[in-house]
Design a protein around this ligand. Structure first.
Ligand code: H79
Length: 452
């Protein structure tokens, strides 16, 4: 860990850290919102579909700055209803929202005094979008976090441009490829706009981070992204600002050697979880920012099982929506969130406040657990219903005090057998996606890890 006074939590005790992380660890489920001017072209530039994630259209389409800025004229979210968004999230069982206050294109969703490249100064809508969202979150008891892309800024002098081809990464730079990529992509900058990144961090990024952490009430999370060309000196111009929000949680993407509070696997779930607080951010289709023609939606079943899989590995799920330029969350996303909400309304106790499974891979599903002073609840998430109705939980040596189905509290028979515990299930699952059975055990968990 960076042992430095500019990391505001450098002197935190383990207990203090646990307290600070408590709400976040209990929550398990958040919503990511990627919203900006890129929702106007929505994946199409000059009649051509631009490959890749929608919020990258300026970079990948090599759209000149001045031309890209014209899209702001089409950003007019007259149907924006943050109460509706927050209630949609809340009814899905989501506990916190993280929204792009500014993405790599530099466009701010709020009234920034630092620049005119924001929703108030550059669009016909002309109103701050984060204020009413902050109010709605407060009203409905949902925590609010801000995403801020601190290093890249494709419209500001000095902002870095991601020049790393897919195989490398910001944590694994390949300078030869970077230079080649830079040469190929420099067409979309105005060379006259190039400037010092130090100046950009000092004069744009730092004052903007100060704005978002000052003007919107309690901010629970600051989500940095892509530390391209970030060094310690640059990170140190930003890091101390998080003290503006006592207890704020930040992720590991600031750069400059700072670990942050969270690891952030993107678009994948680590097979065995991670040895640190972690959050998998994932999309419902194949883009973060809205793309009009991306219909490759994952099923609700896939999304629910992702949530369960992640919880069973001790992580959080940050599930993305990409609203349109009219201010609407795509109907496909709404439908999926409602399906998730249906499942959560019955089964959320098997998600919130749980910790990682004590079992190695289970052939039929996943396990989440809650430990108490005198025992534990094991939540068995049954994805594949056993044909003979007999479910084996391999390796569990504790005696089961009680077993029941979470959905209807119906009691189940559970008995110790040679290779673990056998639970007798009804012939049909209650839910095809995931039926949850609860096992109550006394004392410390005693699990024979040798049995796979
Ligand atoms: O905000 C979302 C993404 O836009 C952002 N992080 C999530 C949360 C992100 N920025 N960069 N990356 C993710 C990884 C970028 C990979 C790249 Fe590429 C490979 C950049 C250049 C080559 C992807 C593929 C973008 C352009 C081509």
């Amino acid at each position: 860990e960076a042992n430095d006074t500019s990391w505001p939590y450098a002197n935190e005790t383990k207990e203090q850290r646990n307290q600070r992380m408590d709400w976040w660890r209990d929550a398990r489920f958040g919503m990511f919102i990627h919203w900006g001017v890129y929702s106007v072209p929505a994946g199409i530039y000059k009649g051509h579909k631009v490959k890749g994630i929608g919020e990258w259209i300026m970079n990948r389409g090599k759209i000149p700055v001045a031309e890209y800025k014209e899209y702001a004229e089409g950003f007019n979210p007259v149907n924006y209803d943050p109460d509706k968004w927050v209630m949609l999230a809340k009814n899905a069982g989501i506990k916190y929202i993280v929204i792009t206050s500014k993405h790599h294109d530099g466009f701010a969703l709020y009234n920034s005094k630092v620049t005119d490249w924001d929703v108030v100064d550059a669009t016909p809508y002309g109103k701050d979008l984060l204020k009413p969202l902050a109010e709605a979150c407060k009203k409905h008891g949902i925590k609010l976090g801000f995403y801020y892309s601190q290093a890249q800024d494709w419209c500001h002098k000095g902002g870095a441009v991601m020049r790393v081809p897919a195989k490398a990464g910001w944590d694994n730079p390949d300078h030869e490829k970077i230079d080649k990529f830079t040469a190929e992509h420099s067409g979309h900058w105005d060379p006259a706009q190039l400037g010092s990144m130090d100046e950009y961090i000092k004069n744009i990024a730092a004052p903007q981070v100060r704005e978002i952490l000052t003007n919107y009430g309690d901010i629970a999370v600051l989500w940095w992204d892509t530390p391209v060309d970030m060094n310690k000196e640059r990170a140190d111009m930003l890091q101390p600002l998080i003290s503006l929000q006592p207890g704020i949680i930040t992720n590991n993407r600031l750069g400059g050697g700072y670990p942050g509070d969270l690891k952030t696997p993107e678009q994948h779930i680590p097979a065995k979880g991670l040895d640190y607080d972690w959050e998998a951010c994932m999309t419902m289709n194949d883009t973060w920012g809205f793309k009009s023609y991306d219909h490759n939606w994952k099923s609700a079943k896939n999304l629910i099982r992702n949530l369960v899989d992640i919880a069973s590995k001790g992580g959080n799920y940050l599930l993305n929506v990409g609203p349109t330029s009219k201010g609407e969350i795509p109907q496909e996303s709404v439908e999926r969130l409602k399906e998730i909400g249906k499942w959560m309304s019955v089964n959320s106790r098997s998600i919130y406040e749980t910790t990682a499974s004590p079992f190695a891979k289970l052939s039929w599903g996943r396990c989440t657990k809650k430990t108490y002073i005198n025992g534990a609840d094991l939540y068995l998430h049954i994805f594949d219903w056993p044909e003979d109705g007999k479910l084996i939980l391999p390796g569990l040596k504790n005696k089961v005090q009680q077993a029941y189905l979470l959905e209807n509290m119906k009691k189940l028979k559970a008995a110790s057998v040679s290779d673990g515990v056998m639970v007798e299930l009804p012939s049909e699952p209650l839910n095809e996606i995931d039926t949850v059975a609860v096992l109550k055990v006394k004392g410390e968990l005693d699990i024979d890890k040798i049995i796979p």
